[in-house]
Design a protein around this ligand. Structure first.
Ligand SMILES: *[C@@H]1O[C@H](CO)[C@@H](O)[C@H](O)[C@H]1NC(C)=O
Ligand SMILES: *[C@@H]1O[C@H](CO)[C@@H](O)[C@H](O)[C@H]1NC(C)=O
Ligand SMILES: *[C@@H]1O[C@H](CO)[C@@H](O)[C@H](O)[C@H]1NC(C)=O
Ligand SMILES: [Zn+2]
Length: 973
């Protein structure tokens, strides 16, 4: 599955679990600010001297860690964990027949269904247990047949509500090794909760058009038909769907033939029968019945609303090309006879990789040249690539259980970039990976409340909870690391062996590790005593990631490296003594070899190592973690930071690779934030940006500086911060300008968007005036829904700036355009921009609309509205107060809107630009009071609280120093 577009431009992390936060609260209430500042300064001094004198740590031993506590700590109520099906009966094939009552006079939002399941008995038993949820089973019609089609008596049927089990008790026992057939007749609700078999609608020619569609991952196939709903229980599926004649139905497989069969008792309806599938998991079954239009390229088709079908052209162009790329990459032909991709107006996730029938929310598949921004185009390519990668990794070979979800998602997230790079090489997506995946997830994984990516899960709430940024981005980052430390050749061969051996079956992460180990040993990339499992377990079973501290000895050309866990909050009480298997790569001013990413040495889960082949004398810089291929940060001694800063300020940035320039910015600013490096050194690194024109380092820098911005924005120091930033950006602003040129490279376009949005937000006069006047042109245009003078790529900047500096007139105008727009990405952008207002009442009204049925904002977009308002300086308090005051309303509206996003997303987006003690207290009080409501959002809320606490502490610790540094920097230049 693919996540909803990451809205979070810059993260505001921090560090605390709910419990510790509450214990500490009292202490801060009684402390005087002055005493605290002194204490903070003292702490900082301790950290710094600890670094300089080089403290030797030992590694924490593996068994001191209680893995299940790690997971459970956030849950206030104990959850059922033994939710697995008995293994005595396994499915072999399904015949599924469904009639959705959604169209015409008799529409009542229900469906009738019948399923015939062939099962194999592996252990003698007299019960058949399968999943069903929200289905009404006609018990009197349930039948069981024996191997010779003899009737087996059903004595009773019972229900285990907590486990969502339907249990059929038989009169005689079912024999091991034999096959039986179960028939169940049922009906269910075509819900509007975007899960299971659900309904969706849209307007066309002033009529409401209805769609019946599915979203099963992870545990909602059981809402559409009774089934053995676990990923490891693969079976063949034959699907039949009834529909009114003028509609069309698609499913995983092609239709058996083109002659359709009438539906008894339903004039004007017909059956579509689909070919029997290959063995597959229930969560990958899918079907869509609609009036959609279609375009195709051979056996590859795209579908959408008639009015949007032209926007599917790009998906149809890159889809088949990426599919071809993956056939080559995995060295296995695409296993199914066809591919359909459908853009749905209501969809909870970003997209879903159902085998042979990928479903998308519209913004993840549709793109209109000249209307949507280029970033939407990239998003389409990325999501299409992600879902296509799953057709092999996930669908052909499936994780046996959800515990390995991280591997499935991490893998698809890594190779989605390879797929896009293959079809759009000028986009530099492999560079962008470093900022968007690694650096992005570093900020989350540096929290105490982060979690290990390989987690035992049972209950559906827990399963839903792990579809989070850590699983996707950290998973992708450590898989990229593996691709580099094993070398591309070994990685690809091992992967291919794994897929070949496990095709149509299920596997665990250890099966992949074993295949890679075997290949690595054959090709002598790892020595015989080392396994991939041993290395990777340190990354998947331990929370967080390391920072390497490098202390060079300039006279003899050596360096000591030690590793400790990196935590963003200097006050974290969590142990830092974890150790990882760290692949170490480095280069120096003498060699400048930024190409070789094979490790020069390993830290084998040991606290320290020494390198001896460095240049002597103190004039050559050293950079570790070449192209940031390793999932770790690096800190250096003061002299090496000076050498690096000097190099960055010299011609051609001293020859330092562009990815490593981004790394130096991100590492140094994060180290400073964590109290491991003096802010004067980190801010000193940023000074070179005066001359930087590449996108990737700027993106890293602006993310890091975005944090400082959000911290200082309400303080007197903001004037100097603005001056410093304006000066830093002067050259790149001039270079990229505010006007688009035809045929510019994608990254130039991105650069302009980033730079302009910063410039406008800092109040750069030309930028603001340009935005307002362009918007006004639009406002006055004759037919604004047809003629929009705002260039597609600059819409985000211009809309937001005009709304921010405007009033109700501008707001209502944009709201009207939102309601009339037919382009999903444009609508998203407008929703985000509407949150930029500084009028409190407008923001409150907007939030209210976001949780009101029929307001014009779709359920799936509710979190976007909250995110937009809370990212706004004027809006964060408004959003937080609204969340507290209107909790019950929000809860009933959001909680059931489709599992994944929902509350967790809301909590995540309510990134408090909380920097004050009072707001922080209000946040913890709120979380405590509503703990029982939070469900799958528990962890997200914990993370939010941690971040807020760290913000509060950060202000106390750093605000003054930074203020002073900025003062000097601004007056000195
Ligand atoms: C069920 O049993 C049949 C006959 O022994 C066998 O061919 C088939 O592979 C089995 N299916 C599963 C899913 O075990
Ligand atoms: C819904 O409508 C269908 C078709 O008219 C009918 O067969 C079914 O019983 C109805 N279901 C309910 C719950 O009313
Ligand atoms: C099995 O028996 C049922 C009724 O007893 C009958 O309807 C069905 O057609 C039979 N199936 C086969 C495969 O013979
Ligand atoms: Zn996915």
């Amino acid at each position: 599955m693919s996540k909803v577009s990451p809205q979070t431009e810059s993260m505001y992390p921090a560090d605390f679990t709910m419990e510790t936060a509450q214990k500490r609260k009292t202490r801060y209430q009684v402390s005087q600010p002055v005493a605290l500042a002194l204490l903070a300064a003292a702490l900082l001094a301790i950290f710094l001297s600890g670094f300089v004198t080089y403290k030797v740590y030992s590694c924490k031993s593996e068994d001191s860690r209680n893995i299940s506590n790690e997971l459970k700590k956030g849950h206030t109520t104990a959850k059922l964990t033994d939710v697995r099906l008995p293994t005595s009966v396994v499915p072999d094939s399904y015949l599924v027949k469904l009639v959705p009552h959604l169209w015409g006079e008799q529409s009542n939002f229900t469906f009738s269904g019948f399923v015939r399941i062939k099962v194999n008995v592996t252990e003698e038993t007299s019960r058949i247990t399968l999943h069903s949820n929200n289905l009404n089973i006609s018990k009197e019609l349930t039948q069981v047949f024996g191997p010779n089609n003899e009737t087996i008596t059903v004595t009773s049927q019972s229900r285990d509500e907590a486990r969502q089990f339907h249990i059929i008790h038989t009169g005689s026992s079912l024999k091991k090794g034999l096959s039986y057939t179960v028939e169940i007749t049922f009906d269910g609700i075509l819900n509007d909760l975007l899960q299971g078999f659900y309904r969706s609608s849209y307007q066309q020619d002033n009529e409401t058009k209805w769609i019946a569609t599915t979203q099963f991952q992870p545990t909602d196939a059981r809402q559409a038909f009774p089934c053995f709903d676990e990923p490891g229980l693969k079976a063949r599926f034959s699907i039949s769907l009834a529909r009114p004649k003028k509609l069309m139905a698609v499913s995983n497989m092609p239709k058996t033939n083109n002659i359709s069969e009438p539906v008894e008792g339903m004039p004007g309806w017909e059956w579509d029968h689909f070919e029997e599938s290959v063995p597959m998991s229930t969560y990958l079954v899918a079907f869509v019945i609609s009036e959609f239009s279609r375009m195709d390229n051979g056996s590859f088709s795209v579908w959408s609303r008639r009015d949007a079908i032209k926007q599917a052209e790009y998906a149809l162009q890159v889809g088949p090309a990426i599919l071809k790329y993956f056939e080559k990459y995995f060295k296995i032909p695409y296993p199914l006879p066809k591919m359909d991709m459908v853009a749905l107006p209501d969809f909870a996730a970003g997209a879903m990789e159902n085998w042979g029938l990928i479903t998308y929310r519209e913004t993840a598949m549709l793109y209109e040249e000249g209307v949507s921004a280029s970033s939407s185009k990239q998003r389409v390519a990325i999501v299409v690539s992600h879902e296509l990668a799953h057709q092999w990794f996930g669908n052909l070979v499936t994780p046996s259980w959800w515990t390995d979800l991280w591997l499935n998602e991490g893998f698809a997230t890594y190779v989605e970039y390879l797929g896009v790079d293959a079809v759009e090489p000028s986009w530099q997506v492999l560079e962008q990976f470093v900022v968007d995946e690694i650096q992005n997830v570093f900020s989350l994984d540096a929290l105490e409340s982060s979690h290990q990516i390989s987690i035992e899960v049972g209950h559906p709430d827990e399963i839903n909870e792990i579809f989070d940024r850590i699983s996707y981005h950290k998973g992708a980052s450590i898989i990229r690391m593996m691709d580099h430390f094993l070398t591309n050749k070994v990685f690809s061969k091992g992967l291919n062996n794994y897929l070949q051996n496990k095709a149509y079956g299920s596997a665990t992460q250890n099966d992949l590790w074993d295949a890679l180990t075997e290949q690595a040993h054959n090709d002598q990339v790892l020595d015989a005593s080392t396994t991939v499992a041993e290395i990777m377990n340190t990354w998947t079973l331990q929370t967080g990631f390391p920072v390497l501290s490098v202390k060079r000895n300039y006279s003899n050309g050596s360096a000591l490296i030690n590793q400790t866990r990196f935590l963003i909050n200097p006050e974290s009480k969590t142990s830092r003594q974890d150790c990882w298997w760290v692949p170490i790569t480095y280069t120096t001013a003498a060699t400048k070899d930024f190409e070789s990413t094979k490790p020069k040495l390993w830290m084998k889960k040991e606290p320290r190592v020494e390198v001896n082949d460095l240049p002597k004398g103190d004039s050559d810089w050293l950079i570790m973690n070449v192209q940031e291929t390793g999932f770790y940060r690096v800190n250096y001694d003061k002299r090496n930071w000076e050498l690096l800063t000097k190099a960055l300020n010299s011609a051609n940035f001293g020859g330092i690779h562009v990815i490593n320039r981004a790394q130096l910015l991100d590492d140094s600013m994060s180290l400073a934030r964590a109290g491991l490096l003096d802010y004067s050194i980190a801010l000193g690194v940023t000074k070179y940006l005066n001359n930087e024109l590449e996108y990737t380092p700027w993106k890293s820098a602006l993310n890091a500086l975005g944090f400082i911005d959000s911290m200082l924005v309400r303080t007197a120091a903001y004037a100097n911060f603005k001056a410093y930033m304006s000066n830093l950006m002067a050259r790149i602003y001039e270079e990229t300008g505010s006007v688009e040129m035809p045929n510019e490279p994608q990254v130039t376009v991105y650069k302009r968007i980033r730079i302009m949005s910063w410039a406008c937000s800092l109040g750069h006069q030309e930028c603001v005036n340009h935005s307002i006047s362009t918007f006004n042109q639009w406002l006055k245009s004759e037919n604004p829904d047809k003629n929009n003078p705002v260039p597609a790529n600059l819409k985000s900047v211009i809309y937001c700036t005009a709304i921010k500096h405007g009033g109700q007139r501008e707001w209502d105008f944009l709201w009207e355009r939102y309601q009339k727009s037919n382009v999903g990405s444009e609508r998203d952008l407008m929703l985000t921009s509407l949150g930029c207002s500084r009028e409190i009442w407008l923001l409150n009204r907007y939030l209210l609309w976001a949780v009101t049925d029929g307001s014009g904002i779709r359920k799936q977009d509710c979190a976007r509205v909250f995110g937009a308002v809370s990212m706004n300086v004027a809006g964060s308090t408004v959003a937080f107060n609204f969340l507290r005051d209107e909790w019950d309303r929000i809860k009933s509206y959001v909680q059931k809107s489709g599992g994944f996003g929902g509350l967790a997303e809301l909590a995540d987006l309510l990134i408090p630009t909380i920097t004050g003690q009072l707001e922080y207290q209000q946040l913890t009080e709120f979380a405590t009071k509503r703990a029982s409501d939070l469900g799958p959002a528990t962890r997200a809320v914990e993370q939010t609280i941690e971040r807020a606490q760290a913000n509060v502490n950060w202000m106390k610790r750093n605000a003054r120093n930074i203020e002073a540094w900025l003062e000097t920097a601004v007056s000195g230049s």
